[in-house]
Design a protein around this ligand. Structure first.
Ligand code: GRF
Length: 208
């Protein structure tokens, strides 16, 4: 049984999808052992506590030096023996210290079809504002491994979502969450824990 640590910063709807999937037996060979928030008061912490999952706060703003933040995160991950780290609405940047220790063992959910609308500064609602601004007819979500390039790691799963006339960024964000994020993140986590994701270079082959 692999141990999963989930890093959060906000409302935690993706964390909730993982918690519900585990409860429904949809995460094979994996269990969430810890939720770590980058800021106090993140509602994701309440979701974890309600599910009886251990929590910790490693507040990004408490660290002047990004390396010290990375080291503090790494020590929390080591303490719980995490085999897999899942970034679920996590808004801080991970540095070399954590990424090198967990090469191809950190998974992130991004609310677009990478390589569109991703990279530095593209997160949360901004991603949907960019998609609407560009006038794309289809967007979606991507689950990928994390490396030192923001949203640059090997893609694991993607799911497309149609944009509708009159969509606002908020309406679109909700549809992408409901129809894509909350489905492919638990699925990718289960595939990882089942050993069904093979990484070659910067791409993956995922067993059906
Ligand atoms: C979502 O748009 C997700 O795609 C992005 O962070 C936002 C909030 O996620 N990664 P959550 O509700 O905190 O899981």
């Amino acid at each position: 049984m692999l141990k999963i640590a989930v890093l959060v910063s906000g409302g935690g709807t993706n964390l909730q999808a993982l918690i519900d999937a585990e409860k429904a037996g949809k995460i094979k060979n994996g269990t969430i052992v810890k939720v770590i928030a980058s800021k106090d008061g993140a509602y994701a912490l309440t979701r974890a506590e309600n599910a009886g999952i251990e929590t910790a706060v490693v507040a990004r703003k408490s660290f002047e030096n990004p390396d010290d933040y990375d080291k503090a995160l790494l020590s929390e991950l080591k303490k719980c023996g995490a085999d897999l780290v899942v970034l679920a609405g996590f808004l801080s940047i991970l540095g070399e210290t954590v990424i090198s220790e967990y090469e191809n063992k950190i998974i992130n959910i991004h609310p677009s079809l990478i390589p569109s609308f991703c990279g530095n500064g593209c997160y949360g609602l901004k991603v949907h504002e960019m998609a609407l601004e560009k006038g794309v007819k289809v967007t979606g979500a991507t689950v990928h491994f994390v490396n030192l390039i923001p949203d640059g790691g090997a893609i694991i799963l993607q799911k497309a979502v149609e944009i509708k006339n009159g969509d606002t960024p908020e309406v679109l964000q909700r549809r992408v969450m409901e129809n894509a994020e909350w489905e492919i993140l638990p699925k990718a986590v289960s595939l990882f824990c089942e050993g069904k994701i093979k990484v070659t270079g910067n791409t993956t082959v995922v067993e059906d």
